[in-house]
Ligand binder design. Structure first.
Ligand code: ACO
Length: 326
């Protein structure tokens, strides 16, 4: 028996914010956003809906598709950079709301958009050592945490959640290889540097129009994302001794269409083999890979038994890849 993904679920909040909607709030254009990023629209959660609510909706779908009850779960890992509270973590809130037993539940926080794929690797090794069934979620509620006046960043992001259940499987489904890496020397290139011990939030900060001050050196992020995502993809292929020709679908983190095209180019694969939905959802951070995986399964871009390669990159810098037979 291998350790694989039993099921996947995702959730996008109903409110849609188009590029045209952004032009009413900031100096931008549909043309600029489309040309630079490929993004046409994104989903934003309404007031009163919080991070754990998004996870709940995705988790309920994944549980239902695996014919499982919340009490069947033995662990919960939530990857997010937009937690519901500073402490305790979002996973604790999800554990309570879902009605899961008193199992370990924890966030994999601050790992940027690589979080879900990193969490998949953690879940695999936890099942190896402890057995059980682990809910792995990736979620972001960026609209609540971003700077709505900073056109450099606000147009990029969207809200959403995706979840997968990792367990021993009787079928051919298996996580064949995982890989993750970090380069903390680039921590100042992308992030939200407030709210921690270095820069606790003050009243002056909140009054400043640049609040919250998201740091993003776009061109450097772009370059590094392409190199790391394509490298990470090659590492998992090598680890599993699988060739790129045998992969049915590559699911890269959905940050930007140009980044995705450059990754396809670096891997020398046609874009048809690469899943793209950034035009509909924007960059949903840790949620982007599981949302894309769910959508690819539902639309039969990938079928059970086929090989899928996920590769992601985010703040830290962190990167991670996973090669999975579904
Ligand atoms: N509308 C109009 N103009 C804008 C906007 C906007 N929304 N945002 C920035 N601009 C302007 C800037 O002010 C700047 O103007 P200036 O030259 O007069 O100073 C100009 O556009 C910058 O344009 P470019 O240099 O051509 O921008 P670039 O081609 O680098 O594209 C982008 C910017 C889209 C941010 C790109 O660098 C990128 O995608 N980087 C990756 C960032 C990313 O993906 N971050 C997400 C988090 S990390 C992750 O998920 C991997």
């Amino acid at each position: 028996m291998g350790i694989g993904i039993l099921s996947v679920g995702s959730y996008l909040p109903e409110r849609i914010m188009t590029n045209a909607d952004w032009t009413k709030l900031i100096e931008t254009s549909d043309e600029w956003i489309t040309e630079r990023t490929g993004i046409k629209k994104r989903h934003f959660a309404p007031e009163g809906v919080n991070t754990s609510d998004l996870v709940m909706r995705a988790a309920e779908k994944a549980l239902q598709r695996a014919n499982l009850h919340p009490q069947d779960l033995t662990e919960i890992i939530v990857a997010t950079d937009t937690p519901e509270l500073y402490t305790p973590d979002t996973a604790a809130l999800v554990q309570h709301k879902l009605g899961v037993n008193e199992v370990p539940a924890y966030d994999l926080a601050g790992s940027g958009c690589a979080g879900f794929v990193q969490a998949l690797a953690v879940a695999k090794s936890r099942v190896e050592s402890e057995g059980g069934k682990i809910l792995v979620a990736g979620v972001e509620l960026f609209s609540r945490m971003m700077n709505w006046k900073d056109r450099n960043t606000c147009v990029l992001f969207g809200d959403g959640a995706g979840a997968a259940i990792v367990a021993e499987t009787k079928s051919q489904s298996e996580i064949l290889a995982t890989y993750a890496g970090t380069d903390g020397s680039k921590a100042d290139i992308l992030g939200l540097e407030i709210g921690g011990t270095r820069r606790p939030i003050t009243a002056e900060m909140i009054a400043d129009p640049s609040y919250p001050p998201i740091v993003m050196k776009g061109k450097e992020v772009f370059r590094e994302a392409v190199v790391r995502m394509s490298q990470a993809a090659r590492v998992v292929l090598e680890k599993a001794q699988v060739s790129l020709e045998d992969i049915s679908l590559i699911i890269p983190h959905q940050a930007n269409l140009r980044i995705i095209e450059a990754v396809a180019n670096a891997l020398e694969v046609p874009l048809e083999k690469v899943y793209v939905n950034v035009q509909d959802y924007g960059n949903t951070g840790s949620a982007s890979v599981p949302i894309a995986l769910d959508e690819a399964l539902q639309t039969e871009h990938i079928r059970p038994g086929e090989l899928v390669l996920m590769t992601a990159f985010g703040a830290g810098f962190h990167w991670a890849a996973a090669l999975v037979r579904l």
